[in-house]
Ligand binder design. Structure first.
Ligand SMILES: NC(=O)c1ccc[n+]([C@@H]2O[C@H](COP(=O)([O-])OP(=O)(O)OC[C@H]3O[C@@H](n4cnc5c(N)ncnc54)[C@H](OP(=O)(O)O)[C@@H]3O)[C@@H](O)[C@H]2O)c1
Length: 320
């Protein structure tokens, strides 16, 4: 398989490149010396990647050497419960179309970005890549997680039959400046920041939170995730999937206390125990990324959280 040490020589498509993670990935490619005219970010209004004809047109318009696929519909637990059909269909059909057309257009490297939601509900902690097939995912995110995991099979099959150079990365939950704070689709960190910030502004003395608080999560700062993706694009060429995480683990209860403190909320927190917790625990084994392409997350969690809250407070009037 070909190496991509000097990325500045290549034309790169970043699907989803205008999204939360995508903007950071595009910036990192720029920092690696890739000129802006060598990076193409297709927008959904111009190229609906659920249509194979649009994917074909995109690759004719911009014949890329490398394709990084970040396009997806993404959301927190409430969004996942309300949109299982969209999440399954969009994730799988965009991936299938992109991998097939990339093969037909002689793309030299395909970087697929999966999700921690693909792991079995009760996976041994820390989650090792080799355990990804050992059980059904947690029900609220199974359609999304399984659709994304099927793309790992497609890439491995294409490698075997066609020698197609596709790699597969599995990021854990992301957070950071620029995250989605819309209540109908946000993930847990932006949802909690908004709740507590609203409570402080509106002088509320109590806030209620979904679930029991007992579930745990790992979080990776978005800038670190982007660095991991760029490093893997340059250096990783094997068929085995690779986790992208920070290796930390925090309970939702501890996370809630931390965000309440950081936002200055001093009232009561109550737990809506009839609402789902989602997967009981999440924490990735991050050793393969260190061994294979020297990726280790840098941002301490409290520092990343502070930056995220600062960003939200500076931008909240313009993001809805
Ligand atoms: N956020 C997380 O915590 C997390 C964790 C693990 C993995 N991931 C993965 O990381 C990737 C990026 O996530 P994100 O949080 O950055 O999501 P995001 O901000 O919602 O960005 C997703 C992008 O996908 C594009 N897209 C959606 N439907 C499309 C379509 N039909 N045709 C073309 N483009 C389409 C959108 O482009 P337009 O703006 O042009 O509509 C959007 O900018 C996803 O693959 C996700 O599964 C995310």
């Amino acid at each position: 398989m070909k190496s991509f040490h000097n990325l500045s020589e290549y034309k790169i498509i970043v699907t989803g490149g205008a999204g939360f993670l995508g903007k950071n990935v595009v910036r990192k490619f720029g920092e690696e010396g890739v000129p802006s005219e060598n990076i193409f970010v297709p927008r959904s209004k111009d190229y609906d990647l659920r249509r194979e004809s649009a994917v074909e047109r995109m690759l004719n318009d911009f014949p890329a050497d490398i394709l990084v696929n970040l396009a997806a519909k993404v959301g927190g637990i409430g969004y996942n419960m309300e949109n299982p059909g969209v999440l399954f269909y969009d994730s799988i059909i965009m991936g299938v179309n992109l991998i097939e057309q990339a093969r037909l257009h002689d793309v030299k490297k395909f970087v697929a970005v999966g999700t921690v939601c693909s792991y079995p509900k009760y996976c041994t902690v820390p989650f090792k890549e080799d355990d990804i097939w050992n059980g059904y995912p947690e029900e609220t995110n199974a359609p999304y997680g399984l659709a994304k995991k099927a793309l790992l099979v497609q890439l491995q099959a294409y490698r075997k039959q066609y020698g197609f150079n596709g790699i597969y990365l599995i990021p854990v939950n992301l957070y950071g400046p620029g995250d989605n704070f819309k209540p109908e689709s946000s993930h847990v960190i932006p949802a909690l920041i908004k709740k507590f910030d609203d409570a402080v502004t509106e002088r509320k003395d109590s806030v209620s939170i979904w679930g029991t608080g007992n579930a745990s999560r790992e979080f990776l700062y978005v800038d670190d995730a982007a660095e991991g993706i760029v490093k893997a694009t340059k250096l990783y060429k094997k068929e085995d999937p690779v986790n992208l995480g920070s290796g930390m683990e925090i309970s939702i209860r501890e996370l809630t206390t931390l965000i309440a403190q950081e936002t200055g909320f001093e009232g009561e927190v109550s737990w809506e125990k009839t609402k789902p917790d989602g997967q009981p625990r999440r924490c990735l084994d991050v050793s393969r990324a260190i061994e294979e392409f020297d990726f280790k997350a840098k941002t301490p969690f409290e520092e990343g959280l502070k930056k995220t809250i600062e960003w939200y407070r500076a931008n909240k009037d313009s993001i809805y």
